[in-house]
Design a protein. Structure first.
Length: 453
C-alpha cells in the first residue's frame, strides 16, 4: 500500500467513524416519522407564501406576499376573503378588533398601514416609526394588560408606543441601522414586564434580547451561537418564565434559568425554526415546524417532543409539495392542540393532535383545591407561590395591589390536576402589601404577600 493510499484510507476511516458518532448522537435526539393520531387539513391560499398568521373571533388572518386575507374557521371550505393590501408583501399584522388593524409591508416607503373598517380601506399610519425616515416594521405585538402599549421591531430597533401606534419611541437599538433585522418580539404572559426579541445582526449572527422592565432596559446576547444564524422566535413556558425555547436558523436553544445558560436541543444545518409551541396542560409537549434552506419541493413536517425537547419525532403531511413553514400559530383546547401553519408557497394547513396523559406508577392524588402562602414572605424581588388543583380546568393566578388594581397575571391557562409552583419576580414594584388570587372553576382563594425593598 502506498503512503497516499494509506493516508486516504485513514481519512476515510476517520470520516466514517465521525459520521457514525453523529448519526448515533442525532438518533438519540431525533426519531423518525411515526404514524400518530394527528389530523391534517388544507385550509386554502394555495400557492401563496404566508408570513404571519393571527386569530381573532373564530377567524384566521394571513399576511401573505400578496396582501391580507381572512378565513371564517367555522366554514368547512377553503375560501379566504381578501381584506386589503393586495399586490404588496404583507409582513406584520396586529388586530385590535374586527374593524381595526395595523399591518406592515416589505420594500415599502410606509412603515404601517391602518384600517378601521375591517380591511375595506387602508391608510398610511406612519407616525414616526423610523425617525426622520420610514422603516419597515418586521414584527408588532400588543401588551396583554396595557391595551394602548405596543412593541414593534425594525432592522436594528425595538420601538415602543404608548398610544396604539400614534407615536413611537426607541426602546432598544437605533433608527436607520443596517442589518437583516429584529425578526420578532414576544411578551411573556406569565410576567408581562418581560419582553423577548431577536433576529440577525449586520455580521449574520443570531442575537437575542430580553427586557424585565417592559422595555426600559435590555440584556443582549449578541452572538447566541457561533455559526451564521438568525433568531426567528421564542416560546416561553406557560407557568415558568425562566424556561424559554428559542428558534433560530439551524438550532433550537433552551434555557431553564432565564437566559443565564443555553443548551442546544435541536440542531440541523439549514433548517429555520420559525415557530415553537408548548402545551399548557402538559408543558413537556413541545411542537415545532420549520423551513429548510434548499430548493423546493420539501415536505411538511411537525416535530413533537414529549420530554421538553430531549427527544423529537416527526409527523408528516403526505400531500403538500411546498411544506416549508414560515409561521406557526398554536391554539390549545385542553388536551387537544391545534397548529395553524403558514407555508412558503403552500398556503395554510391545520394540524390537530390529542395530548394523552401519561400514567404514573405511583400517582399523587390531589383531593382538594389549595393555595399556599408564598415563600419567602416578606421577599425582594422573588417569591414562589404553590397551589393544588384536584381536576383539570382553567386556572387564573393574579397579583393585585392594596387598592385592588391588577399588577401581574402569573397564569391564565387550562391546567391539569396536580401540584404547581410558580416563581414571581416583583420587578421594581414598590414596597408594601399585595394580594394574590387563584381562581379555578368554583374555587377561589386570596392570600397576602409583602414586598420589602
Amino acid at each position: 500500500m502506498s503512503f497516499r493510499t494509506h493516508k486516504n484510507t485513514l481519512r476515510w476511516i476517520k470520516t466514517t467513524f465521525s459520521l457514525i458518532l453523529v448519526i448515533l448522537a442525532i438518533g438519540a435526539k431525533h426519531l423518525p416519522a411515526q404514524n400518530e393520531s394527528g389530523e391534517w387539513r388544507f385550509l386554502g391560499l394555495q400557492g401563496k407564501t404566508v408570513q404571519t398568521l393571527r386569530l381573532y373571533d373564530q377567524h384566521l388572518y394571513a399576511a401573505t406576499i400578496d396582501g391580507l386575507y381572512r378565513k371564517d374557521l367555522r366554514a368547512a371550505d377553503t375560501s379566504w376573503t381578501p381584506i386589503g393590501l393586495q399586490g404588496k408583501r404583507a409582513r406584520a399584522l396586529l388586530i385590535f378588533d374586527a374593524d381595526t388593524m395595523l399591518a406592515s409591508t416589505q420594500f415599502d416607503t410606509v412603515s404601517l398601514y391602518r384600517t378601521t373598517d375591517a380591511g375595506v380601506t387602508w391608510s398610511s399610519y406612519q407616525n414616526g416609526f423610523g425617525g426622520q425616515f420610514s422603516e419597515n416594521v418586521l414584527a408588532i405585538e400588543r401588551h396583554p394588560h396595557q391595551p394602548n402599549v405596543l412593541f414593534a421591531t425594525g432592522p436594528t430597533v425595538v420601538a415602543k408606543s404608548l398610544d396604539r401606534g400614534e407615536s413611537w419611541q426607541i426602546s432598544h437599538g437605533n433608527w436607520g441601522g443596517l442589518a437583516t433585522g429584529v425578526n420578532f418580539v414576544k411578551i411573556d404572559t406569565n410576567d408581562s414586564q418581560i419582553i423577548w426579541a431577536g433576529g440577525q445582526n449586520a455580521i449574520e449572527r443570531a442575537f437575542l434580547l430580553k427586557s424585565e422592565d417592559t422595555g426600559a432596559s435590555w440584556r443582549e446576547w449578541p452572538e447566541i451561537v457561533k455559526e451564521v444564524s438568525t433568531g426567528k422566535t421564542v416560546a416561553i413556558h406557560p407557568h415558568d418564565s425562566k424556561i424559554v425555547y428559542a428558534g433560530l436558523e439551524s438550532f433550537i436553544l433552551k434555557t431553564t434559568d432565564g437566559g443565564e445558560t443555553w443548551d442546544e436541543i435541536f440542531v440541523e444545518d439549514g433548517r429555520f425554526f420559525f415557530g415553537i409551541a408548548i402545551n399548557p396542560v402538559r408543558p413537556g409537549r413541545i411542537y415545532t415546524a420549520s423551513w429548510f434552506k434548499t430548493s423546493d419541493p420539501q415536505p411538511l413536517i411537525v416535530y413533537i417532543s414529549d420530554d421538553a425537547g430531549e427527544n423529537w419525532r416527526e409527523v408528516h403531511e403526505k400531500t403538500a409539495q411546498f411544506g416549508g413553514v414560515w409561521d406557526l400559530l398554536h391554539v390549545n383546547e385542553g388536551m387537544r392542540d391545534k397548529l395553524y401553519l403558514g407555508l412558503d408557497k403552500g398556503g395554510v394547513y391545520e394540524f390537530v393532535m390529542d395530548v394523552t396523559t401519561e400514567v404514573d406508577d405511583d400517582p399523587i392524588i390531589i383531593s382538594t383545591f389549595k393555595l399556599e402562602q408564598n415563600y419567602p414572605n416578606p421577599f425582594n424581588p422573588e417569591t414562589v407561590i404553590s397551589f393544588s388543583l384536584p381536576k383539570a380546568g382553567l386556572a387564573t393566578l393574579k397579583i393585585y395591589d392594596a387598592l385592588g388594581r391588577e399588577v401581574a397575571t402569573l397564569t391564565n391557562h387550562v391546567m391539569a390536576a396536580g401540584e404547581y409552583q410558580i416563581r414571581w419576580h416583583s420587578n421594581g414594584l414598590a414596597s408594601g402589601v399585595y394580594f394574590y388570587r387563584l381562581h379555578a372553576g368554583e374555587f377561589a382563594a386570596t392570600r397576602k404577600l409583602l414586598i420589602l425593598q
